[in-house]
Design a binder for this molecule. Sequence first.
Ligand SMILES: C[S@@+](CC[C@H](N)C(=O)[O-])C[C@H]1O[C@@H](n2cnc3c(N)ncnc32)[C@H](O)[C@@H]1O
Length: 238
Amino acid sequence: MNSYSVIANYYDKFTQNDCDYTRWSQYLYDVAKQCGAREVVDIACGTGKMTALLSNMGLRVLGVDSSAEMLNAARAKCRATFVLQDMRKLVLPHATDMAVCVNDGVNYLKPNQLQPFFCRVAASVKSGAPFVFDVSTAHKLRDVVGDNVFFWDGERETLLWSNAFRGDRVEMDLTLFVEENGLYRRSDERHVQYVHTAESIQNALVSAGFCLQAVTDDYGKEPTCDGLRQTFYAKKIQ
Ligand SMILES: C[S@@+](CC[C@H](N)C(=O)[O-])C[C@H]1O[C@@H](n2cnc3c(N)ncnc32)[C@H](O)[C@@H]1O
């Protein structure tokens, strides 16, 4: 199965206590306000958790994702505009005021896809526009989720999430059992997330025409050596 297909209907349930979207959205909104941004592209928007929050805060949001199933869930959540598109081939109808990529979107890119992706983002936003994204750190992928198994056991759904760390990436095998009329239907998906160092991200940003403004832990916190998520705030050079 393609990644984020079957899992899409259960994604919000499985991730409900995972991340502080309210605090993250406030960080993004503050950046938007400081920069006078009114329209934001939410890249790898998934089921639209951040899209909906930013849209409710009064921003015009364009959500982009490569999973039709995730976008269907997003459309049911808010009235933003959604586009089915691979972010590695990102092309927007017009340049927006700001770009965001929240909760691991960038980890789905291979190391050699990082700089070309940043170039596409640069081409999709106006001069001086902010671009904010996060990455799960090497520490998290190697020591926390890598070579580990997690499960989520609900009333009618059970998810097994089994990971193998392979040096520059984590291969994640997801197995979902959903109860239907007394029987369980099994579906499997593989997700691959790549490690990106802060240095490689910084170099790729600069070569794509961005100037780095700040690197924080988890949307605005003081950086630490054992942080799980780093947030990059860059601006397209004027
Ligand atoms: C962990 S989810 C995060 C979704 C959303 N941003 C959130 O915060 O809930 C990662 C998302 O990245 C999307 N994705 C992965 N690779 C992609 C690609 N090449 N182009 C567009 N979307 C992609 C997946 O479909 C999925 O919706």
